[in-house]
Write a protein that binds this ligand. Structure first.
Ligand code: ADP
Length: 960
């Protein structure tokens, strides 16, 4: 195989292009599409060949057509590359794609058309539009994260915490389950059918062992929609443990691609193979399938075994060269290799086949057919061998030839059939002509093939992703397209040089051994997101690639070189890093915020993120609360109105703000009331949908307590002030009473003094005139006034003594009835207006102060006189009961109103009425009486009815 002319076959290119995730197309120089890869066909939903030769107008969104087509046409004219975005129809709906078209040129440098690769960027564009119109998504953190997820060409989600709550779900992932609600839900709730699957165990294993897991073509029964049937779906996926700041696993990143279609196609193929097997087994011809480069006998029928003189069971599954080592040196192995390399069938008649049998080496003759076996991707994976044992016929023929008689007969027959032959000859001539024509067609096909190959060579050269081919163990570069040279930062002069020579910086990056291994083992290497440091502009810079080293085999099945394809994913890698950084920043921002913050996701308000301040506020260990629904983690916070507040924020999107709210919490094992200012703001995803809450809590317990203390002392202060004011008022009242009293006292004292002055003046005058008879009467009157004043002055003295505590009770035993009688007798001497009577009583001896008790009795009698009309009677009586003596003084006077009855024992209290205003008094008699009785441990009271009279009583213990 001449490498420079056959670097990559159209088939190999097709494998390559069909494996690419991007949509790849190529147009010829007239602008007609002449190639579309599998990804394109999948995208547009058209079958192979349908799009070829089609016009752009049919698939591009009508609005985008003028712009995108105009742009393309002008680039086309100028033969330059062209980048554009337009909407392309996918399953009846238009999606945004980004197209990068590169002109391609044939060997002679003539313009040969365009090759383009497109990426589906629909979500990215949609999200940008959403961001532009939605104020909630203006957060930079979100848009960067969003952009990354939107552009990622695989389903990505983040399963958070041990419950695997869907923290983030990109549109690609969501498309796997249209209409099913994932975000914010635990995996078991969102996709319950998963929990009974092995994948569930795998996920837990990843979480608990911190080991990533890569699955290929794993069957997972899953429903697409909520009420859809559970389907057998196949996925390639990676579970990557996510680490928190403490390097502990706190979630799982999931990258997934559904491969159900290709898997089913593969299965179909396998099924077809099964039917092929049965076909082979039942065939009358000797048939078998040799798979792979080592020609494993995958299936063979009895006729083959008979031909080889072996048992069928001894050959199936074995390698051809092991079963028939004698084939070595015979033409068959080389022919098989040829079929595998060229994918062209081969047939031959009457070939010798040497077989080792128990009886020795045997010669057999066979007609045989080799057909290449090609898989879905167009690769030759084996050879179908059909074979006819014609040994008998050949022997017979030989025998015939050797026999003279037979020869004679044959000659005769030959002669006889000469005529026939000549006619056959004629036919042959005609056939010859046909053959010549066929040859011409063949020539034509070969020419077309050459053109196709040229096209594909230029196609490779113009391919927008890097392709290079290295030859020999020393990895000499025989082909490198522009894209790969751009990646290396080199020019055209790399061709012919060794890989290690142009990229010495890879020396310690483990890439040379990798290439050597591919060369030695013949096994391809595929690396994803691998860091490769390249010197660009004299600076060693890191890049990231998805790349493959694919071995290239020569006709003998030996590796002669390596094909290197790559996709530069540096941007994606950096974007990913940025996203991670951003996520981390967001996390750190929350964790380091100077107020308590947490993020509660979903309707259950799962605590997804909480900073130390928040954890401190809750007073529970972090591991007991994180990733739990908030009211499960903090059951004591229930029933305090917080549930309702949170639900309202989720439903309305209106933030909830409350200040100094008392919250009962069990903190550090003890119930406590804390006071908090709350802000619950909605936490939205990029589409503005509310996913949960951001709760900010500020503990204001100390402020509130200080305020409450202040309020308490204020209240106390107010009370004291009130008290003081009351006292002040009482003081003022006393003052007023004193003023009244002094006014009254001076008036009362003036009256007897005026009388005395008048009497004394009269006496003087009378004595001068000598009218002797008037004197005794005047002296009697003067004496009366003097007594009156003495009584009044004594009363004042008693009061002041009482108040200064100087009044002394001097107790002695005496007869109360005697005291009553003597007082009544004394009173009768002065008072003639009323009858005063003591009801009969037996002698009563008591132990008390006779003077003070006497003044009480006198006072009660003098009041009875003062406040009842003359002519009425006053009755005194004694009542003895147990150890107590009660004295009653009853009059028939004006009586006392109930309201006044309560007050008359108070100091200076006098009933104010028109009837009492002319009755002299200071309101101290009853006050003094009550004090004296109290100091004897007795009681004093009044019963009275207005206008009917009063009964004053006091009780004393007989002895004490
Ligand atoms: P006063 O010197 O005014 O009599 P007291 O302390 O002895 O002072 O009596 C207080 C008031 O009680 C009297 O002003 C009078 O209004 C009323 N009071 C006292 N005794 C009687 C009574 N026997 N009948 C009606 N009112 C009385």
């Amino acid at each position: 195989m001449e490498l420079n002319n056959h670097i990559i076959s159209p088939e190999e290119f097709a494998i390559l292009a069909n494996a690419a995730p991007a949509l790849i197309w190529a147009s010829d120089m007239d602008g007609n599409i002449h190639y579309l890869n599998e990804a394109w066909l999948r995208f547009t939903g058209s079958s192979s060949g349908q799009g070829i030769g089609r016009n752009w107008e049919e698939c591009v969104h009508p609005d985008d057509l003028p712009t995108s087509q105009g742009q393309y046409l002008s680039a086309f004219k100028a033969r330059v590359e062209c980048k554009r975005q337009y909407r392309l129809r996918k399953n009846g709906q238009y999606r945004w794609i980004a197209d990068h078209s590169t002109p391609r040129f044939d060997k002679q440098g003539n313009f040969a058309g365009y090759v383009g690769s497109c990426l589906d960027i629909h979500e990215s564009i949609e999200s940008q539009q959403l961001i532009a119109t939605n104020p909630h998504t203006s957060n930079i953190q979100q848009t960067q994260t969003q952009r990354f997820f939107m552009q990622a060409p695989a389903g990505i989600c983040i399963l958070d915490g041990p419950d695997f709550v869907f923290e983030l779900v990109n549109p690609f992932y969501q498309q796997l389950f249209p209409g099913r609600v994932l975000l914010g839900k635990p995996l078991a709730a969102a996709l319950p059918e998963l929990t009974s699957q092995p994948i569930w165990q795998i996920l837990h294993q990843v979480y608990h062992t911190n080991q990533p897991y890569e699955g290929r073509e794993l069957m997972v029964p899953l429903a697409r929609t909520n009420d859809g049937p559970i389907e057998e779906r196949y996925f390639n996926f990676i579970y990557q443990p996510r680490l928190n700041q403490q390097k502990m696993v706190d979630g799982v990143l999931v990258f997934v691609i559904e491969v159900t279609d290709s898997f089913l196609k593969g299965r179909q193929l396998r099924e077809r193979e099964t039917s092929l097997t049965s076909l082979i087994m039942t065939s009358h011809y000797a048939l078998m399938i040799l798979r792979g480069r080592d020609w494993t006998i995958e299936i063979a029928n009895q006729q083959i075994a008979t031909l080889w003189e072996k048992k069928l069971n001894d050959i199936i599954g074995k390698k051809l060269m092991t079963v028939l080592p004698e084939l070595e040196g015979q033409p068959y192995p080389a022919l098989l290799n040829q079929v595998m390399d060229t994918a062209q069938p081969y047939s031959q008649e009457e070939e010798v086949l040497w077989i080792e049998s128990p009886e020795g080496r045997k010669q057999r003759f066979v007609n045989f057919f080799y057909d290449p076996m090609i898989d879905v991707s167009g690769e030759v994976v084996g050879v179908i061998v059909a074979c006819e044992d014609i040994t008998e016929q050949v022997h017979a023929k030989r025998l015939l030839e050797n026999s003279y008689e037979h020869e004679q007969t044959l000659n005769e027959e030959l002669y006889a059939t000469n005529e026939e032959l000549s006619s056959v000859n004629e036919e042959l001539a005609a056939t010859n002509e046909e053959l010549a024509q066929t040859q011409e067609i063949l020539q034509d096909s070969l020419e077309r093939l050459r053109i196709t190959e040229d096209r594909f060579r230029s196609f490779v050269a113009a391919a927008p992703f890097p392709i290079a081919v290295y030859e020999g163990r020393e990895m000499r570069i025989v082909l490198a397209n522009q894209a790969v040279m751009d990646v290396w930062g080199k020019g055209n002069d790399v061709i012919g040089k060794c890989y290690a020579e142009i990229l010495p910086e890879l020396g310690d990056q483990g890439i040379y051994p990798l290439l050597d291994q591919v060369f030695t083992s013949g096994k391809a290497f595929h690396g994803r997101d691998q860091q490769v440091d390249l010197v660009i502009n004299n600076v060693l810079q890191p890049f990231y690639f998805n790349y493959s080293f694919t071995p290239l085999f020569d006709a003998e099945g030996k590796v002669y070189g390596v094909m290197n394809t790559a996709a530069d994913v540096t941007d994606l890698h950096i974007a990913k890093q940025k996203v991670e950084q951003n996520e981390q920043n967001l996390h750190n921002m929350i964790l380091q915020a100077p107020v308590a913050i947490c993020i509660l996701l979903g309707e259950e308000h799962t605590i997804t993120v909480a900073n130390e301040l928040m954890i401190e506020l809750w007073g529970k260990p972090r591991q007991d609360v994180i990733n739990k629904p908030v009211f499960e983690a903090l059951p004591d916070a229930r029933g305090q109105g917080l549930e309702e507040a949170m639900a309202t924020v989720l439903n309305t999107g209106e933030p909830f703000i409350a200040n100094s709210v008392p919250v009962e919490l069990i903190r550090h094992g003890k119930p406590e009331t804390v006071y908090q200012n709350f802000v619950y703001a909605p936490y939205r995803d990029s589409e503005g949908k509310i996913q949960g809450l951001i709760a900010i809590t500020i503990d204001v317990t100390s402020h509130v307590l200080a305020k409450m203390d202040l309020q308490t002392s204020e209240a106390e202060l107010r009370e004291t002030k009130q008290h003081l004011e009351q006292k002040l008022e009482a003081g003022r009242q006393i003052q007023r009473q004193k003023d009244d009293f002094i006014g009254m006292a001076s008036h009362e004292l003036k009256t007897p003094l005026t009388s005395l002055t008048a009497i004394v003046q009269l006496l003087q005058r009378t004595l001068k005139d000598g009218a002797q008879s008037f004197v005794p009467d005047a002296l009697e009157k003067a004496n009366h006034q003097v007594r009156r004043m003495t009584y009044m002055i004594n009363s004042f003295l008693n009061i002041s003594r009482l108040e200064s505590g100087k009044i002394l009770i001097e107790k002695e035993s005496f007869l109360l009835d005697d005291l009553l009688r003597s007082i009544i007798d004394e009173t009768r001497l002065i008072v003639s207006s009323h009858t005063i009577e003591l009801k009969p009583t037996r002698p009563i001896s008591i132990y008390a102060d006779p003077d003070k008790i006497g003044s009480v009795i006198s006072n009660l009698i003098s009041n009875a006189v003062k406040y009842s009309k003359s002519g009425t009677s006053i009755i005194l009586e004694c009542e003895l009961e147990a150890n107590w003596i009660t004295v009653h003084v009853t009059d028939q006077g004006m009586g006392i109103h109930a309201a006044d009855r309560e007050k008359i024992f108070e100091r200076y209290w006098r009933v104010e009425s028109s009837r009492t205003q002319h009755i002299a008094g200071f309101g101290i008699g009853l006050y003094l009486s009550a004090e004296i009785i109290n100091r004897h441990d007795g009681k004093i009271w009044v019963e009275s009815e207005p206008d009917r009279g009063s009964r004053f009583s006091f009780s004393l213990p007989l002895s004490s």
